[in-house]
Design a protein around this ligand. Structure first.
Ligand code: NAD
Length: 300
């Protein structure tokens, strides 16, 4: 391996420390405790793990955590009513509705019912529009975490060629907007891109957000490029024993690390940054709601 390993786990710990310091200051100087409400509908096992981790880390940062667990057959109207209640609750500064939602619920309707000022996932149509027009918004947590790591590693990103693989609303598109905001030259590649390998070979920065295990090989990577691997894929790991699995990213770590200048591992790269940025967004939302100066280094 020749690439620098970008340690998202360690960097996320520093973000969480910064968040905790701001929380202490908000409590001591203003008598306010930031609060994050997380709503989970149904029994999806992966979502349950995410929600548990979010609650734990929210507490550890000194914030209030409000968890709402609703059954799988919750009517859409009941979920919308809960969101409205949380919108009106002054102790709640951030609201996150865990996705995916059961099929009978219109996820867009739910997201767009969240008060945009409390939309710590940054998925509300207003925040999407603000980000797209370069205005102050709530920024989606995963792309925000990627950008923080890139800024930490590169300093300025101005003029760099960035290729984002994936055009989802939660990762690919907001990532592209953020990179444009940093004055990168941005290409968004996707499942219909004609020559993905050649497109990726141009990139000084590669963001892989596809959800296909190890699909990006090292010979797609320009020597010295920075590779941010967003993918989280569970694959069989017979070497660990029968029925065992392991996590891999969208990039083939070994071969990419031979060519790249820097690369994030999976696990331990983008994943930990995502929850740290959720906590950061909650503090940001709290400060904006109270008209208090926003902490530096916790958003863009
Ligand atoms: P998605 O399924 O919504 O989008 C995938 C995108 O990949 C699509 O835009 C599609 O066009 C593109 N794509 C599919 N096949 C392709 C191909 N062969 N070549 C090029 N592009 C292709 O997924 P998502 O929600 O954006 O998530 C992507 C990955 O990131 C998943 O593995 C997900 O688990 C992971 N993820 C990780 C975090 C984190 O915190 N680390 C957060 C969100 C998502």
């Amino acid at each position: 391996m020749t690439a620098t390993r970008i340690d998202g786990k360690a960097f996320a710990a520093t973000i969480r420390d910064r968040v905790a310091q701001h929380v202490t200051r908000l409590k001591e100087d203003h008598g306010i405790t930031p609060g994050l409400a997380v709503v989970l509908v149904g029994e999806d096992p992966a979502s349950q793990v995410y929600v548990r981790n979010k609650g734990k880390q929210t507490h550890e940062a000194g914030m209030q955590s409000f968890e709402h667990r609703l059954p799988d057959d919750t009517p859409e109207a009941d979920l919308l009513a809960l969101v409205e209640t949380l919108n009106g609750d002054p102790a709640v500064h951030g609201i996150l509705v865990q996705l995916p939602l059961p099929g009978h619920i219109d996820a867009e309707k739910v997201i767009n019912t969240i008060d945009p000022a409390k939309d710590v996932d940054g998925f509300h149509i207003l925040n999407v529009g603000l980000l797209g027009t370069g205005q102050k918004s709530m920024v989606p947590c995963t792309p925000l975490g990627c950008l923080m790591m890139l800024r930490e590693h590169h300093g300025t990103l101005s003029g760099l060629e960035a290729v984002v693989i994936g055009r989802s609303n939660i990762v690919g598109k907001p990532m592209a907007q953020l990179l444009l905001g940093e004055s990168c030259t941005v290409t968004v590649a996707h499942s219909r891109t004609r020559d993905l390998a050649e497109t990726v070979r141009r990139a000084d920065i590669v963001i892989a957000a596809v959800g296909r295990p190890e699909m990006v090989p090292g010979d797609w990577i320009k020597p010295g490029a920075t590779v941010i691997d967003v993918g989280i894929n569970r694959v069989p790991a017979p070497e660990k024993g029968e029925g065992k699995t392991r996590l891999v990213g969208d990039c083939d770590f070994e071969s990419c690390a031979e060519v790249a200048g820097a690369i994030t591992p999976v696990p331990g790269g983008v994943g930990p940054m995502t929850i740290a940025c959720l906590l950061a967004n909650t503090v940001t939302a709290c400060c904006r709601a109270q008209g208090i100066a926003e902490p530096e280094g916790l958003t863009v």
